[in-house]
Write a protein of this length. Structure first.
Length: 286
């Protein structure tokens, strides 16, 4: 059965009201590797309640609508769905504890062809529930490998640019922990692919892989450390394409290039295998 464009484009999402605590903020930061150096006061601010700050990309796990593509009513072959890109805009820092309201809609349903699959982009606006201010916009692009060829569809969103073909201006290497996926899964994603060796092997991996959004958070940490001096108000945009999985315990080397104005470009590579795992990265830093 072909994907129903009108059904998916107009899929009805209820608002997601999400209350989080200081412990949730700390768990997210630990999951993406902050706090490995107990004498780094700037990292400590993200894992210690004394002067607690929220790492901006925590918005990726707040107000999440769940695995809605698994609903049989969508007609989507969810076993062939992969996370293609993640784009975020940040308008003001999150409070160390609070409640956000996620308002969610499908913005693009793109038919790439019967043999090439489809693209679905879901936008999530996160609002501070107490004052109504917009905190962040999250755009998640999913690649539906088994659902192309339905005919009508939207034009694709503007493509993320390739990184410059020259030596980077900055290089920041950050380790992931062997238990990174075990920590990160407690934020929002309990998919056994990230913890169960048998499930990972059935999916074609030699062992459990790291969550793509954890890799995204580690790369954001590298840019945050290099360009933002750990100030959460300075990171305004962070976009990337997922190119390959990361295995927990690998080192991520993030190459960063200065772009026009307040933009920067980046890519991340798993050092041990010399594989680019995040590509077409764009960050905006003020």
């Amino acid at each position: 059965m072909a994907l129903d464009y009108q059904l998916i484009k107009n899929w009805k999402f209820e608002d997601v009201v999400h209350t989080y605590s200081e412990k949730d903020v700390i768990l997210y930061a630990l999951g993406i590797g902050l706090g490995q150096d107990p004498f780094d006061a700037q990292q400590l601010d993200y894992v210690y309640e004394k002067n607690l700050k929220v790492f901006p990309t925590m918005g990726a796990v707040l107000g999440f609508p769940g695995l809605w593509m698994r609903d049989p009513a969508t007609g989507i072959n969810w076993e062939k769905v992969v996370h293609g890109e993640q784009r975020m805009r940040f308008y003001k820092p999150f409070q160390p504890a609070g409640t956000v309201r996620g308002k969610i809609r499908v913005t693009h349903v793109v038919d790439k062809g019967a043999d090439k699959g489809a693209i679905v982009v879901v936008e999530r606006n996160l609002y501070d529930e107490s004052e109504g201010s917009l905190l962040a916009t999250v755009e998640q692009t999913s690649f539906l490998r088994g659902d192309g060829g339905f005919g009508a569809g939207d034009a694709p969103p503007e493509a993320l640019p390739k990184v410059p073909q020259r030596d980077p201006d900055h290089v920041c290497s950050l380790p992931t922990l062997p238990q990174s996926a075990l920590l990160y899964r407690l934020n929002a994603d309990l998919n056994p692919l990230h913890i169960d060796p048998e499930v990972a092997q059935r999916a074609g991996y030699p062992k459990p892989i790291l969550h793509g959004l954890c890799t995204y958070g580690v790369a954001a940490h590298a840019v945050f450390k290099t360009l933002c001096n750990y100030d959460p108000s300075r990171l305004r945009r962070f976009d990337a394409r997922f190119s390959a999985p990361v295995y927990p315990g690998e080192t991520l080397e993030v190459d960063i290039w200065k772009g026009q104005g307040d933009l920067a470009h980046f890519q991340a590579r798993a050092v041990e295998r010399d594989v680019v795992v995040l590509s077409n990265g764009v960050a905006q830093v003020q």
